[in-house]
Ligand binder design. Structure first.
Ligand code: SF4
Length: 448
């Protein structure tokens, strides 16, 4: 028996409800309540705060031992009333946790009873999302929440000229850049969810329990009348696509793309927007692309032939792998804590021109990533702070990117998307490799 046992050593993903907390944070005047025990929300607050460096409130129904045995209905009803009383949200996401999924609490039924008994609560859009952590990671919870928001709130009507953009889980800086791109094309875009301010705000004179920003509720309702939807979800199953749901429900044309990380995927994004907008790529972004090409030539002598292990969320890793291949670094090991058929087939396309096909690890953990990276003889790691110990063991540098970045500051300000994002990543990657070479030599050199 012991010989057959395979444990997970430090999974390459986080809790599924943590993704729900991030997605609901991108909706204006929204709160999230975790239906489960107190520790779940404490852990997730800690994780999110340490990356974004912002206070993050996550409510909990705080199940006791008794609730775990007899059901958490009363705890959930009490929790919803408390959150509405203290935060006055317009939208309240309720994400389940392992415990409440295991005991089988029917959240829709419980909320239905609550709304029948407390009609005043009907003013709040209460949106349950099923997020058992034993069957998915935070990226699933994020997409689950987008689908739940659209399923509950989107309304049809005469076709307008607005655009829906579902970016998936990117950084606040990425969302700001995407807004600039859509503005540059003269498009009126709704980004769902929009964490650009709520997870990267400034110092304000008076404290707000729910930070300003996020996608307005009315804008989410209007998504059913948009001219088209774009979604960065090429590595995600169709059942987790809010854009496809809008297409099925309201015939809104949908285009699903890889996250525009690196020049190849940025080209696909800019071409798609240009085609849909009926306008050429604005000069400003065309110039960014020219500068990026120039920088790629400059960096080539440091990057060519280097081998990397890259890991993280499926859609993000797909973009990073394509970026590495664009700039001459071999993504020798590509790993994610998730990753289904879509993830693998998109990666195979992105890496088709490489002489050595990458080792692709899906539903993996950091034990397995360490083994594969060592066997493959990689020159560096690319991913979250969670790989720091592997980089140290292998004595190779780590280029931090993605979520979470706990051991550096600025994760929320990292730009990954578009030509500007590819340029920022290129500089970071090249300088990480140069610094690693300097460390290895044991003495610095000042002229490269
Ligand atoms: S019990 Fe489940 S939902 Fe809660 S912190 Fe643990 S893995 Fe996450």
């Amino acid at each position: 028996m012991a010989g057959n046992f395979v444990s997970t050593t430090n999974p390459c993903r986080m809790c599924r409800p943590l993704g729900a907390c991030l997605a609901f944070r991108g909706i204006e005047d929204s709160m999230v309540l975790l239906h489960g025990s107190q520790g779940c929300s404490t852990y997730m607050r800690r994780y999110i705060s340490s990356h974004f460096r912002e206070p993050v409130d996550i409510a909990s129904s705080s199940l006791s031992e008794k609730s775990a045995v007899y059901g958490g209905a009363e705890s959930l009803k009490r929790g919803v009333k408390n959150v509405v009383d203290r935060y006055s949200p317009r939208v309240l996401g309720i994400a389940t946790t392992c415990l409440t999924e295991t005991i089988g609490d029917d959240v829709e039924l419980i909320i239905g009873e609550l709304l029948r008994d407390e009609p005043a609560l009907r003013e709040v859009e209460i949106i349950p999302v099923s997020t058992p952590s034993y069957s998915g990671g935070h990226y699933n919870g994020f997409h689950d929440s987008c689908v739940a928001l659209i399923s509950r709130l989107a309304q049809g009507g005469p076709r307008g000229d607005g655009v829906n953009l579902f970016p998936g889980f990117l950084s606040p800086a990425d969302i700001r850049h995407l807004k600039d791109v859509m503005d540059g094309f003269g498009l009126s875009a709704v980004i769902i969810p929009d964490i650009s301010e709520t997870l990267d705000g400034g110092i304000v004179d008076s404290y707000r329990r729910i930070p300003a920003g996020g996608t307005p509720l009315e804008a989410v309702r209007r998504t059913g009348t948009a001219a088209f939807s774009l979604e960065f979800s090429a590595a995600t199953p169709g059942r987790q696509s809010a854009a496809l749901l809008l297409k099925e429900s309201f015939s809104v044309p949908a285009e699903r793309l890889p996250a525009p990380i690196g020049i190849s995927y940025s080209d696909r994004f800019f071409q798609a927007v240009s085609r849909r907008a009926g306008r050429p790529v604005p000069e400003h972004f065309a110039r960014q692309r020219e500068r990026l090409l120039d920088a790629m030539v400059d960096a080539h002598k440091y990057l060519s032939g280097k081998r990397a292990a890259v890991y993280g969320d499926p859609d993000f890793v797909l973009g990073l792998s394509s970026f590495l291949a664009d700039v001459g670094v071999v993504p020798a090991v590509i790993a994610s804590g998730g990753g289904g058929r879509e993830f693998i087939s998109e990666l195979e396309l992105a890496c088709a021109h490489l002489e050595d096909p990458p080792e692709i690890l899906t539903y993996t953990d950091f034990g397995e990533i360490a083994r594969a990276a060592a066997a493959s003889g990689v020159d560096l790691l690319v991913g979250t702070s969670k790989g720091n110990h592997i980089a140290r063991e292998l004595q190779v540098p780590l280029m931090r990117a993605g979520f979470p970045i706990h051991d550096r500051i600025g994760g929320q300000r990292m730009l990954h998307v578009g030509y500007a994002g590819a340029m920022a990543l290129l500089d970071l990657l090249t300088n990480t490799i140069i610094a690693g070479a300097q460390d290895e030599l044991g003495y610095g050199y000042s002229y490269m």
